[in-house]
Design a protein around this ligand. Structure first.
Ligand code: GLU
Length: 507
């Protein structure tokens, strides 16, 4: 038999911004598809109009595109199984619910919410199933004539799946192995509603996976409880032979490891749980995003890939191509992965170091402009970036690490002055100015040797002079190698700052 082409789908419901756990699900689907030269499909599951949030679909598409997860087919990408938005596939589902109904595998139920509520009051742990369905108002307890009459009179109804009790249902999960669940614990789930003529998630999901020839269903652990019902639906519809493989991914956990990662954890600990910034259309509340917080998409991908999977050794930095190569669905972890957001920052730091100074300089320009730096010398910015990038995790943090290159100190850090500005500092720096004035070409190693020779010959204190110089140039005790600073500032500016410090600091 020719093996089927791998086809996976990411099937979000547009009920809000995509959570970072959903992004990981999309990533694992993508890696698996690309590894097998398969197709990665975007299906929008929007049959629950109550929960529809405007802008959510666009958000999902933009977020995944920012991360470089390109779909081969789907909403916004086309494909020969279109449409890929479930609300546009209404007519398709009707046929299958009719088929189930005709075969006696689904029935019509008229119970109103009030009636159901009443039953819940009467029967402890009420569940609509084989033990209770014969006490309810449905096509199994009413005659065909009575059923038709109610429909004709315009009463709303639903179709429910008819589940036979006491059968062990087996779900083969690529991550978890065989999961066995007894059908008695399942309820007769609603599959279709007359009110909007729309299927519920369960029916639409199975019909679409079948029609779209999905081979592997890779999704979050929260869907594992639905899997036995899905297995039954494949059987009821006569599609067991082509049922996809399942893989249920473990949860992303709070950084402390107790419970599911939530938006509140992000707010509490100060990290984004959404890929892009999201503005709630109802409340106007803004939630931060990885993109706007300054993360590189490659860093987010690398970070997420390792939350629930690893390559079996301690390699951590992996490009998308390497991930595609190394990813192994069957080796995903069965237990939840703690969301270590500090690690996320570490990944961003690593990817920042990998970028060329030129690339970072270009990203840094808007930050400089926002701080009022307008006359920008690209070559100088690149140099500054090269000297300071090692100290930061994000481009925007560069400003704090290097603003002194662009603005002479306006004041001097008091503590550093007390500690580093000695009685003889003004005299020493005045002499240093003379030493520097005639020195060319002012490059870092040359200047260093020149200055050190002078200090040695005079028997001066190297440390004291260097500390005072740093204070004069930077305004405090931090910064890169001092002669890298003088080279980057240039002779004129270096001397100007030395003079300014001599003028302004105690003498
Ligand atoms: N629409 C479901 C969700 O929002 C899809 C679950 C599945 O992949 O089957 O996650």
């Amino acid at each position: 038999m020719i093996p089927k082409k791998v086809r996976v789908r990411f099937a979000p419901s547009p009920t809000g911004p995509l959570h970072i756990g959903g992004v990981r699900t999309a990533l694992y689907n993508y890696l698996f598809a690309k590894q097998h030269n398969g197709d990665f499909i975007l299906r929008i599951e929007d049959t629950d109009s109550q929960r529809f949030v405007p802008g959510a679909e666009e958000y999902i598409i933009e977020a995944l595109s920012w991360l470089g997860l390109r779909f081969d087919e789907g909403v916004g990408f086309g494909g020969d199984k279109a449409p890929y938005r479930q609300s546009e596939r209404k007519a398709i589902y009707k046929e299958y619910i009719d088929q189930l109904h005709q075969n006696g595998l689904a029935y019509i139920a008229f119970d109103t919410p009030e009636e159901l509520e009443k039953k819940r009051g009467e029967i402890a742990n009420f569940q609509y199933d084989a033990s209770t369905r014969m006490q309810m108002r449905n096509s199994l307890t009413l005659s065909p004539e009575a059923t038709n009459k109610l429909i004709e009179e315009g009463h709303q109804y639903v179709y429910r799946i008819k589940i036979e009790p006491n059968e062990d249902i087996r779900v083969n999960d690529l991550i978890r192995g065989e999961v066995v669940i007894n059908s008695s614990v399942l309820d007769d789930k609603v599959l279709f509603k007359s009110a909007d003529q729309l299927p519920t998630y369960h029916l639409a999901n199975i019909v679409d996976d079948h029609l779209m020839e999905i081979t592997h269903v890779i999704r979050g652990e929260e869907w594992l409880p639905s899997a036995p019902l899905h297995v039954l639906l494949y059987r009821y519809l006569g599609w067991s032979d082509t049922m996809p493989h399942f893989a249920h991914l473990s949860l992303l956990l709070k950084p402390e490891g107790n419970g599911k990662l939530s938006k509140r954890d992000g707010d509490r600990l100060g990290f984004p749980v959404f890929p892009l910034e999201w503005k709630d259309p109802k409340t106007g509340d803004i939630s931060s995003g990885y993109r706007e917080s300054g993360y590189f998409p490659e860093a987010v991908i690398n970070f997420l890939a390792l939350l629930g999977w690893n390559p079996g050794n301690d390699q951590e930095l992996m490009s998308m191509d390497e991930l595609i190569n190394l990813f192994d669905l069957t080796h995903c972890s069965k237990s939840g992965a703690k969301f270590d957001y500090e690690k996320g920052k570490w990944f961003n730091h690593q990817y920042l170091q990998k970028k060329s100074n030129k690339e970072i300089a270009e990203l840094f320009i808007p930050v400089l402009q926002a701080h009022g730096i307008t006359s920008i010398n690209m070559e100088q910015v690149e140099k500054v970036v090269g000297l300071t990038k090692e100290r930061v995790n994000f481009v925007k943090e560069l400003w704090d690490a290097c603003s002194f290159f662009f603005m002479a100190p306006e004041s001097y850090d008091e503590k550093t002055v007390k500690k580093r500005w000695k009685e003889d500092s003004p005299a020493m720096l005045t002499e240093l100015i003379h030493i520097l004035q005639n020195y060319e070409p002012f490059d870092s190693p040359g200047t260093e040797e020149h200055v050190k020779t002078w200090i040695e010959e005079k028997g001066y204190h190297l440390g004291n002079i260097m500390n005072a110089t740093r204070l004069a140039l930077v305004g405090e005790g931090k910064g890169p190698h001092i002669f890298d600073i003088t080279e980057t500032l240039g002779k004129e500016e270096t001397i100007r700052r030395l003079r300014q410090a001599i003028d302004r600091l105690p003498h």
